[in-house]
Design a protein. Sequence first.
Length: 255
Amino acid sequence: MNINGKQIPMPRDFGIDPLNNQDTYNWIRHNNHPKKEHFGFGLPWLMLDFPKWPHQEMAREAKIIDEKGLIPTYNDGNNQGWAAVTLFGISSDSTSPPEVYGYNSYSEARAAGALKWTEIADECPITANFFKNDFHYKKYSRIRFMILRPGGVIRWHNDVPKGEEPDFNLGVVNISLTNPDKCYFNMGHWGNIPITDGCMWWFGNNHYHTVVNMSDETRYHMIASGTPDEQYWGDITANSFRRQWWGKFEQIENV
């Protein structure tokens, strides 16, 4: 674009076409600019405009399995009131990464046939069907229910594997089935994530975060990781980003 005799680069001149959903998805989610001399994105989260999904029914199923005592305490070293159970993974009580259970990676665990739908899937058929047929992932690494009791605290931490450097990509989808008032998911200087019942977001868990449930209700969330259908998720991600961002990208001809 020529302005006052100066050639001003458009965003696509830097290797990103703001109107191309896949370009936008790759940059935002993978923190990976196609021209390596430019910066990555590094967002801590991105709220997603996912089409209508049965979050109320899924919340009811989560509460039922909780009432049955099927969601055990999770990572209670310095945390309080945190509990988790695995819907898809090595086993229902294997809620940590595969390295904890003798596998070097999810790929190795998958090749060994260790990743599967656990018995929890039989307890929550609506939830299982959603992930099997409507979530548009090619394959899963892990899907968990993550709950936080009233007065519960998840201490300040990040999820960077020991000995590794953070990549700051948006690697997992966090899903809110219920999020009581006065339950805060804080990202430090980024502030609190604006979570409501029935929302979901790409989450960069390499960033430090903490959660405090100051309400008198249990919070029911889920976390899903794996390999998404990039065409489907590319459209959702790019459109969600454009809706939430201040800039407006329009096709400019003859520049």
